[in-house]
Design a protein around this ligand. Structure first.
Ligand SMILES: Cc1cc2nc3c(=O)[nH]c(=O)nc-3n(C[C@H](O)[C@H](O)[C@H](O)COP(=O)(O)OP(=O)(O)OC[C@H]3O[C@@H](n4cnc5c(N)ncnc54)[C@H](O)[C@@H]3O)c2cc1C
Length: 393
């Protein structure tokens, strides 16, 4: 009988090399942890990180969240230095509203930003036209402008993190099949096509597949994968830079994209999906909604041609805060998922915090995200993600 090769030992295994898993592996290694495995069943941009629009917007729900986005932005700014694939641009962002009720909510967002030391300004319809030439301001009441918001390439940033993790000594593996994970005495064992890895700690950062992976281990956390869409458009005249813009009522966002193009999106479907059965192409109805929104709000772009359009799967939680931290009742098992459509703008900051907590055992820096805030068993719920105006209840 041929003896089985001994399992390879690691101090932490990270499953899922999307933007979060790759950022986490990088931070663990940067903070000096040796023998980290970053493992993806397919490849780093197979999931939502390969499809994200890459908008970073500080108009968040609460001061803690604002800080995380600020940390992420500064990290991406640093990653982009001399690295064109990360594509960091500080273009600002604008959120537009129509009603007095919405104004009240947006003013509250602005107060939070001011308290957090984040620059913002209130725009009248004339001010909106100045920032977004060619826009139709009919029916608009006001907008909140945050000049230091940014856009990045979500796939470019993901690969940059994976590359940096590798350069810092992380073992990075992908395309070796969905490994099977099991607990054996005091460690986790990951068996893949090419061998067995063993570690006392494993982090499940598998995006839309996280719920399924945890389910096979007997842990039901309240996560709901849902589908959302985007399209890359070519306007009749190449468009220079402009602030990313979100029309709250038309439910569409648009950001500038390299080459004078536009990236527009939303098309979010508020129901749970199976990530292995969902269509990755966009729906006609989504493209019609974009065309309608351009007709009403952005007439100069209404003759734009669709170059590419797609759908990806994000993950919702009942309170719209992510789930990042120890899985209750499971030794050495951790989760990082449920970014409610905002995983790019939170990954850098949250991954650094999680790496610190894995090292020093203090999870206070992630308290709004800790999975222990939910009592099991997880009840079904409807996703309600997106650029909502109301504060997180
Ligand atoms: C159309 C669209 C637009 C978006 N726009 C924005 C935006 O403007 N701003 C923003 O902040 N966010 C945006 N997002 C959301 C953002 O892209 C996601 O929140 C983020 O990419 C999630 O990253 P992740 O690493 O958690 O998951 P993913 O990127 O989904 O990565 C999960 C990885 O796990 C791997 N995997 C699966 N099963 C296993 C297994 N069993 N073992 C090992 N690996 C496994 C997969 O192959 C995948 O690579 C958008 C998303 C979409 C789809």
């Amino acid at each position: 009988m041929t003896p089985r090769p001994a399992p390879q030992e690691y101090s932490v295994m990270v499953l899922g090399a999307g933007i979060f898993g790759s950022a986490l592996a990088f931070h663990l290694a940067r903070q000096g942890l040796r023998s980290v495995l970053l493992y993806d069943a397919v490849h780093p941009t197979y999931g939502a990180s390969g499809k994200g629009a890459g908008i970073l917007c500080s108009q968040c729900w609460d001061p803690w969240d604002i800080r995380v986005v600020e940390e992420t932005r500064e990290e991406y700014r640093g990653l982009a230095k001399g690295e064109p694939t990360v594509e960091f641009e500080e273009n600002g962002s604008i959120r537009m509203i129509r009603t007095a009720g919405q104004e009240e909510l947006l003013r509250e967002r602005q107060r939070q930003l001011t308290d957090a030391g984040v620059e913002s300004s209130w725009l009248t319809p004339d001010g909106i036209s100045e920032r977004l030439p060619g826009i139709s301001v009919d029916g608009l009441r006001a907008a909140l402008y945050t000049p230091h918001d940014a856009v990045v390439s979500a796939p470019g940033t993901t690969f940059r993190y994976a590359e940096l993790a590798l350069s810092k000594g992380v073992e990075v593996e992908w395309d070796r099949g969905t490994g099977s994970l099991r607990r054996e005495r005091d460690a986790w064992l990951l068996t893949t096509r090419t061998g067995v890895a063993r570690s006392p700690r494993v982090v499940i950062a598998c995006g839309a597949w996280t719920k399924g992976v945890l389910g096979t281990l007997g842990h039901a956390l309240p996560l709901a994968p849902y589908r959302t869409q985007a399209a890359l458009l070519e306007p009749p005249v190449a468009q220079g830079s402009f602030p990313s813009v979100h029309d709250t009522d038309l439910d569409v966002y648009v950001r500038p994209y390299p080459g004078g193009r536009l990236l527009a999106g939303d098309g979010t479907q508020l129901r749970e999906v199976d990530p292995d059965r969902v269509s990755t192409g966009s729906d006609w109805s989504f493209l019609e909604d974009i065309a309608r929104a351009f007709h009403v709000r952005f007439p100069r772009w209404r003759e734009s041609r669709v170059r590419r359009s797609w759908a990806g799967v994000c993950v919702a939680t009942p309170d719209r805060h992510p789930l990042v931290g120890p899985v209750p009742g499971a030794d050495g098992l951790f989760v990082a998922a449920g970014f409610n459509g905002f995983g790019v703008m939170r990954a850098g900051g949250l991954a650094r915090r999680m790496a610190e907590s894995l090292q020093d055992g203090d999870w206070g820096r992630l308290s709004p995200c800790l999975p222990a805030r939910f009592r099991s068993p997880a009840k079904p719920f409807l996703p309600r993600p997106g650029f909502t105006l109301e504060a997180n209840e």
